[in-house]
Design a protein around this ligand. Sequence first.
Ligand SMILES: CC(C)(COP(=O)(O)OP(=O)(O)OC[C@H]1O[C@@H](n2cnc3c(N)ncnc32)[C@H](O)[C@@H]1OP(=O)(O)O)[C@@H](O)C(=O)NCCC(=O)NCCS
Length: 167
Amino acid sequence: MLIRRETEADIETIHDVTEAAFAARPGGEARLVGELRADPGWIPALSLVAEVGGAVVGHVVCTRGAVGGGPALGLGPLSVLPSHQRSGVGKALVHTVLGAADALSEPVVVLLGDPGYYSRFGFRLASTYGITPPDDAWAPHFQVRTLSAYTPAVTGPFSYAAPFDNL
Ligand SMILES: CC(C)(COP(=O)(O)OP(=O)(O)OC[C@H]1O[C@@H](n2cnc3c(N)ncnc32)[C@H](O)[C@@H]1OP(=O)(O)O)[C@@H](O)C(=O)NCCC(=O)NCCS
């Protein structure tokens, strides 16, 4: 497996992989990825694909968000083709994007997801850090992974890049 940055040639495949991973929500996350790519919050260095045997089978992206008045990253969507799930692709993508975010001196990565999956990567409930979700109902699934540039001053309400509002 290779993890690398997306290129223009990957865009259609990323759409298809995302649509397949989120088959229960047609036109949801796959459309979101396209909207994010056109948004000022898009960070090219943080859109990564997983390639197996020359084919893209997974994708992850972090985009510009904010906590309080400062910068933060929102992680997602994270997608792995159903045929390739449970073979370590998601794990490789998450570890790699966290390393890339840390190298960019980002303080925190925020996401909405299952703590049963994301706790293995060091994500903890955002409430632990005084970081609050846009919707209170998200609290049990709203998580933060702190990076090297984190300080306890990073607190307050989190906001995603604008396209997440349309999801
Ligand atoms: C969630 C997803 C990205 C995981 O990717 P993956 O490549 O299958 O994951 P990995 O192979 O790296 O890890 C698999 C492990 O995670 C566990 N896992 C997967 N989803 C999980 C979940 N929601 N809760 C708890 N554990 C989960 C599996 O049980 C497996 O554990 P095991 O190795 O102990 O058996 C993938 O299943 C996917 O694309 N799902 C559909 C889209 C989605 O839900 N994305 C995340 C939204 S926040």
